[in-house]
Ligand binder design. Structure first.
Ligand SMILES: Nc1ncnc2c1ncn2[C@@H]1O[C@H](COP(=O)(O)OP(=O)(O)OP(=O)(O)O)[C@@H](O)[C@H]1O
Ligand SMILES: [Mg+2]
Length: 401
């Protein structure tokens, strides 16, 4: 268990991509408290939001806290499974790990079920819960048995179990009735709280809030993107405090105006902001400079932009699979009239524009600001789209704007 002082220790770099340690989780304290309370009270929750805003980081920290308070916890990434047996095995592993302390304990259960001796690391009682399951050859029954394991753990230990399904929308692609089966098993269970995370907001909203869908009203939505009324749910003052302390720990300084400029450029999008910070840090370190200047910031921004090209290009090519999406995205990027019949890039029928706008919002790429006014969720993605037209992305060094 971590002591309070260790929890606040500043980590040595700006983490970019993947879950961040507690000390680098900026501005999420109020949200985390709500999340932990809900789960501890036995509520199921849903945390939906656009890509790379920190969903996984938050839930992993929530699990660490819940564990410290005595709960059993587990984390399953649905994107990693290719069929329902795979998903079931992941769930079994996540559940058993609480008893064995060892990852992939279900392998051991299978070995023992087939008559082999367990390794010293895993004892019989650590995996006993899953022995029957390990012998199950019928895929559907196996899946259903795995879905009951968290409940079996809660019953056996008398502790609350908190189980997370990350990228939950992906589970629906593993078979025709996966969601229905899951709901049926989960709703009969006591002592288990489930958290569902996902980046495909449209699919999740439908699944959890539309009548007739499998998880209708099953979980409490905890809005992350707008928490506390801040963009991406993070108070800019929290960024200021974090960045000051982080740079100071490296004997570097950054003033308020630079932080403002930085947040202006990234819109405060968590990963984009961290990406620029990481670039800025290495730039300063390499040049031996001690104080952040607008020039450093500008160069760091360009560096981060190059690093973000890959994820942005993926978004962009996905938009290419639908008629008009790229065209409408370009109009947003250039602040052009959205409904122009003959705007740049040809004519788009009005109903198609509306459809495209809805699709861009559903994907978490665009937000509506007001009548006929839209913007990208990530300002840096907007900049990427503008530069596509200017042909700037192909050049190695991007000129100053
Ligand atoms: N609260 C935060 N403070 C600082 N940085 C953050 C925060 N949240 C996210 N980040 C940055 O975003 C990156 C991605 O975080 P994380 O993987 O938790 O997001 P996610 O929403 O789960 O992303 P994905 O959609 O790819 O699953 C982190 O590596 C970090 O750079
Ligand atoms: Mg994630």
């Amino acid at each position: 268990m971590l002591r309070p002082r260790e929890r606040t220790t500043i980590s040595p770099y700006f983490p970019v991509g993947g879950p961040v340690p507690a000390a680098d989780l900026v501005g999420r304290e109020p949200y985390l408290r709500r999340l932990v309370d809900r789960l501890e009270d036995g509520n199921h929750v849903i945390v939906a939001g656009p890509r790379r805003i920190g969903k996984t980081s938050i839930i992993l920290e929530a699990l660490r806290r819940l564990k410290r308070r005595g709960a059993h916890t587990g984390y399953v990434d649905c994107l990693g499974a290719t069929d329902i047996r795979g998903l079931g095995e992941r769930l079994a592993d996540a559940t058993l790990q609480n008893l064995s302390g060892v990852e992939r304990s279900f392998e051991q259960a299978k070995a023992i079920a087939s008559g082999m001796h367990p390794t010293v690391k895993v004892k019989y009682e650590h995996i006993e819960l899953a022995l029957q399951l390990a012998r199950e050859t019928n895929t559907q029954r196996f899946f259903e048995g795995a879905l009951d394991l968290p409940h079996a753990l809660a019953k056996r230990t008398g502790k609350r179990v908190v189980m997370v399904f990350d990228e939950f929308q992906a589970a629906g692609r593993l078979g025709p009735r996966v969601f229905d089966v899951m709901r049926t098993r989960f709703q009969a269970q006591r002592g288990v709280s489930y958290a569902f995370l996902g980046s495909e907001q449209g699919i999740l909203e439908e699944l959890f809030s539309e009548k007739g869908h499998a998880f209708y009203r099953f979980a409490v939505p905890l809005d992350l993107t707008d928490a506390g009324g801040h963009r991406f749910g993070i108070d800019p003052d929290d960024w200021l405090e974090y960045l000051r302390a982080k740079f100071a720990a490296k004997r570097l300084s950054i003033d308020d105006a630079s932080v403002d400029r930085l947040l202006d450029a990234t819109g405060g999008h968590p990963q984009d902001t961290m990406q620029v910070c990481a670039a800025l840090y290495y730039l300063m370190r390499d040049s031996g400079a001690r104080t952040v200047t607008p020039d450093f910031l500008e160069v760091a921004y360009e560096q981060a932009m190059r690093e973000l090209e890959r994820p942005f290009a993926l978004h962009w090519s996905e938009l290419g699979s639908h008629k008009y999406l790229q065209q409408v995205a370009k109009r947003i990027a250039h602040r052009a009239v959205l409904y122009a019949a003959d705007g740049e890039g040809g004519s788009v029928p009005r109903p198609e524009v509306l459809r495209a706008l809805a699709a861009l919002q559903e994907r978490g790429l665009a937000v509506r600001l007001g009548r006929g006014r839209y913007d990208f969720v990530e300002p840096m993605f907007g900049e990427y789209v503008r530069r596509l037209d200017e042909g700037l992305l192909a050049t190695a060094i991007v000129p100053r704007r």
